[in-house]
Design a binder for this molecule. Structure first.
Ligand code: PLP
Length: 359
C-alpha cells in the first residue's frame, strides 16, 4: 500500500475525481463554454492593456475596480454587497466553510454536482430532494425535507443544470420565506434566462445569489461572484483567501467585461441558435427535447450511449448523463456557433437515419 493510501481520509479515497474528458481537436459542446473567441482587434487592444499588469506585486486585495466593472455589466444595485471568487465553485466552497460541524446542505436532484462534492470535502451532511418528472421542485417534499433536516444552506440553480429549466418562482419564494436557511440561488445561466432573483435580495435577508462569467464567454478567467446584503458579504469575506483573484484575471476582466455590447450580442446569438437547435432536435421525432433557459439543451435519446459515442467518433463532444438518476438516456449539448450546431444536428440525423448516412 502506498503512503497516500494510508494517509488520506477514507471518504476522499473512495470518490471519483471530477472528470474532464479528452477534447483536443474536437468540437467542444460539453461544458457550456461560449463558442466565440475574441476578435483580432479586441485581442490587440487587450494585449496592450495587459502589458501594464504588475506581476511582481500581489493583486489588488479587494479587486475594487473589477467589482465596479461587474456591477455595471450585471446591473447590480449599489445597496448590495459583492464577493468575488476564483470561479463560483470557490464561492460554493466558501459558503460550506461558513457552516458549523454537523450542519446540512440541501439541494434538489438532479442538479449541479459541485454542491454535493463540496459538502463532502467540508464534511457537511448533504441531502437532495428529487425533482418531479418534468424537473420541477416538489414543493411538499421540499418543505418536508426542510422540516426534517433543518438545513443551514439550500442551493438552487436557477436555471437548473443539467435540466435547463427554471423552477417555479412561487415555489422558490415559499422556500425562502419558510426556512431559516441561507438560500443560495445559483444564476450561472442568467444571461440566457427570462427571470432573476437579483432585485429580490433587497426583500429577503437570507437570499444570496451566485453568478459567474464562465458561461458568458470567459470560462478561462475563473471568475465568479456572490451578491447579497452588504452585512452578509462583510462577514463571509473573512473566509476568502487573500488575493484569491489573481492579477491576470483582474486586469483581463477589467478590460474585457467593459464590452457589454459584445457580450450581450453574443448572448443574443446563442438564444437564437438555441431556438433553431431545439426545433431541429424536435423535428427528428425520435428525441424527447426539454425546454431550456440556459445555453444548453437536455434531450432523451434512444440508444443514448451509442449516439454519444457516434458523435464523439465524428469529432463532437457533448455530455453523457445517461447514468445519472432520473436522466436515463439523457444527453446534454451546449449551444455552439451556427456551423457547430449544424454539424451536430446532421450527425444526430444520420445516426437515426442510416440510409441518409450512406448517401
Ligand atoms: C458552470 C456552473 C457553475 C460553475 O461556475 P464557475 O464560475 O466556472 O466555477 C456554477 N453553478 C452552475 C449551476 C453551473 O452550471
Amino acid at each position: 500500500m502506498s503512503f497516500i493510501d494510508n494517509w488520506l481520509r477514507s471518504d476522499i479515497k473512495v470518490i471519483n475525481a471530477y472528470h474532464v474528458p479528452y477534447s483536443a481537436d474536437m468540437v467542444k459542446l460539453d461544458a457550456m463554454e461560449s463558442p466565440f473567441p475574441l476578435s483580432d482587434e479586441l485581442t490587440s487592444q487587450y494585449l496592450d492593456y495587459l502589458a501594464d499588469a504588475q506581476l511582481n506585486r500581489y493583486p489588488s486585495p479587494n479587486a475594487d475596480e473589477l467589482q465596479q466593472t461587474l456591477r455595471e455589466l450585471m446591473d447590480i444595485p449599489d445597496e448590495f454587497g459583492v464577493l468575488l471568487g476564483n470561479g463560483s465553485d470557490e464561492l460554493i466552497q466558501l459558503l460550506a466553510l461558513a457552516c458549523d460541524t454537523g450542519d446540512t446542505i440541501l439541494s434538489v436532484a438532479p442538479s449541479f454536482v459541485m454542491y454535493g462534492m463540496v459538502a463532502k470535502f467540508t464534511r457537511l451532511n448533504y441531502q437532495s430532494v428529487a425533482l418531479t418528472n418534468d424537473f420541477e421542485i416538489d414543493a411538499d417534499a421540499m418543505q418536508k425535507a426542510i422540516q426534517i433536516h433543518n438545513p443551514k444552506l439550500i442551493f438552487i440553480a436557477y436555471p437548473n443544470n443539467p435540466t435547463g429549466n427554471m423552477f417555479n418562482r412561487a415555489t422558490i419564494e415559499r422556500i425562502i420565506t419558510s426556512s431559516k436557511a441561507m438560500i443560495v440561488l445559483d444564476e450561472a445561466y442568467y444571461a440566457y434566462a427570462t427571470d432573476s432573483f437579483l432585485t429580490d435580495i433587497a426583500k429577503y435577508p437570507n437570499l444570496v445569489l451566485l453568478r459567474t462569467v464562465s458561461k458568458i464567454g470567459f470560462a478561462g478567467l475563473r471568475l465568479g461572484l456572490l451578491i447579497a446584503a452588504k452585512d452578509t458579504v462583510k462577514q463571509l469575506d473573512k473566509l476568502r483567501l487573500p488575493y484569491n483573484i489573481n492579477t491576470l484575471t483582474q486586469v483581463s476582466a477589467n478590460f474585457l467585461l467593459q464590452e457589454k455590447g459584445i457580450i450581450n450580442a453574443n448572448a443574443s446569438i446563442i438564444l437564437a441558435q438555441r431556438q433553431i437547435l431545439f426545433d431541429a432536435l424536435v423535428k427528428t421525432k425520435v428525441l424527447k427535447v426539454y425546454p431550456s433557459q440556459a445555453n444548453f439543451i437536455l434531450f432523451k435519446a434512444p440508444n443514448a450511449n451509442i449516439l454519444f459515442g457516434f458523435l464523439r467518433d465524428n469529432g463532437i463532444l457533448i455530455k453523457n448523463l445517461s447514468t445519472t438518476k432520473q436522466l436515463t438516456d439523457c444527453l446534454r449539448v451546449t449551444i455552439g456557433t451556427l456551423k457547430q450546431n449544424q454539424k451536430f444536428i446532421n450527425i444526430v440525423k444520420s445516426f437515426y437515419n442510416p440510409t441518409r448516412r450512406r448517401k
